[in-house]
Design a binder for this molecule. Structure first.
Ligand code: SF4
Ligand code: SF4
Length: 77
């Protein structure tokens, strides 16, 4: 799976981190750049709460059944 943030839309408001059950483990808010950065996606259980709570609709979650085998982030999605 991948979590893609639309950097044009994201305001760094932090609502994704607040809403995510694993928020502190997955989400970092870069206050300088005003963007949310997801990482440690092995903690994500694809509940989609973050995407549903984002007021800017900036989060796209891509499910990938081959996650175990594949990379977390693709260079050219
Ligand atoms: S909730 Fe949306 S706009 Fe706010 S920091 Fe997260 S991704 Fe960015
Ligand atoms: S899908 Fe759920 S667990 Fe995964 S980052 Fe979003 S809120 Fe957190």
């Amino acid at each position: 799976m991948k979590i893609i943030i639309d950097l044009e839309k994201c305001t760094g408001c932090g609502k994704c981190k607040e809403a995510c059950p694993k928020g502190g483990k997955i989400w970092t808010i870069d206050k300088k750049r005003k963007v949310a950065i997801p990482s440690n996606l092995e903690y994500c259980h694809l509940c989609i709460i973050c995407a549903s709570k984002c007021p800017e609709e900036a989060i796209r979650i891509i499910r990938d059944d081959n996650y175990e085998k594949g990379p977390e982030i693709e260079e050219n999605p």
